[in-house]
Design a protein around this ligand. Structure first.
Ligand SMILES: Nc1ncnc2c1ncn2[C@@H]1O[C@H](COP(=O)(O)OP(=O)(O)OP(=O)(O)O)[C@@H](O)[C@H]1O
Ligand SMILES: [Mg+2]
Length: 285
């Protein structure tokens, strides 16, 4: 398998802080993989995302050791324009992502393309395409300052998507959306992933992680505590010791096992849970 991203022994401390936010983080992501990152607040997930796209060290000031390689490029040496064709980040706080220097949402979407020298005709085609995919057609002529949190999040996602990155990094990118809006956005992400785009997603929804992830990485206090498939991560003994919730279907499976109704595999996803319910032992009584 082709590695599209590799992190080697990465440690980082922000200048304003006397404590490291990342300590000896190592992992890799393969082409086309859906890689989820979970962990409690302050675990270092956002800091890691900043390092994966080169905001650390090019924007934030601090002490960094170790390496981040994106498609073989060391982010320390890569120029940010070149890096942005390989990797794109949807920020945890979408209000920090938009430039707010444009009159309209359409211009906001075009912002990154302008820096790349894309023609006006091509820009218009891309804007219309992205707007339709993330359901913001009605917002294109609005000023970004007049949008709701959920709308800003969609525009922020669109402004990353429009740059066609090969690796898409999503830092809790549905936090401002209602359940339907989240599902819609996840369908877009799923489609991109099916087309071969590698996805790295920081997520607090364990049900979604269990459903989507090929592999999951747990972080706590700036360190990697485990990497594995959702089944390996969520069914290991004492999985909750890193302050992560278990997916609801996993909790249900354990409860049914404890009562003696279920002796099979732990269900991780809705479809596995439905299969389990159909086979439950108390139906025989
Ligand atoms: N700009 C910054 N300057 C100084 N310290 C920071 C900065 N950003 C984050 N930190 C510190 O780094 C640590 C990790 O924070 P980070 O935001 O990466 O965690 P997180 O896992 O994304 O948390 P959350 O789930 O709440 O988003 C925290 O202790 C935080 O206080
Ligand atoms: Mg964060």
């Amino acid at each position: 398998m082709e590695k599209v991203l590799e992190v080697r022994n990465l440690s980082y401390r922000y200048n304003q802080s006397d404590k490291a936010s990342l300590t000896d983080v190592s992992f890799h992501v393969e082409k086309g993989e859906f890689f989820s990152i979970i962990g409690p607040s302050s675990a270092g997930k956002t800091t890691l995302c900043n390092a994966l796209v080169g905001l650390i060290p090019h924007f934030f000031v601090g002490a960094k050791t170790g390496q981040v390689l994106v498609q073989g490029m060391d982010v320390d040496e890569a120029d940010t324009g070149h890096l942005s064709t390989a990797v794109g980040l949807v920020f945890q706080n979408p209000f920090n992502q938009l430039s707010y220097t444009t009159e309209t949402v359409a211009e906001e979407l075009a912002y990154g393309l302008g820096n790349r020298g894309v023609s006006r005709e091509e820009m218009l085609v891309k804007i219309a395409d992205v707007a339709q995919k993330v359901h913001i057609e009605a917002l294109l002529e609005k000023n970004s300052l007049d949008l709701s949190g959920g709308q800003v999040q969609r525009v922020a996602f669109g402004s990353t998507y429009i740059l066609d990155p090969q690796i898409l990094i999503l830092d809790e990118c549905t936090a401002q959306l209602d359940p339907m809006g989240s599902d819609e956005l996840m369908q877009v992400v799923k489609k991109l992933n099916a087309q071969g785009i590698s996805v790295i997603m920081v997520d607090h929804s364990m049900e979604r992680v269990a459903e989507y992830a090929d592999r999951v990485m747990i972080m706590n206090e700036g360190r990697v505590c485990g990497i594995g498939t959702p089944r390996e991560i969520f069914t290991q003994e004492n999985a909750d010791r890193y302050q992560i919730e278990l997916p609801d279907f996993v909790k249900l499976s354990y409860a049914l096992k404890e009562k003696g109704y279920w002796k099979g595999e732990i269900a991780l996803t809705e479809s596995e849970a439905l299969k389990m319910v159909r086979e439950l032992e108390f139906y025989d009584c």
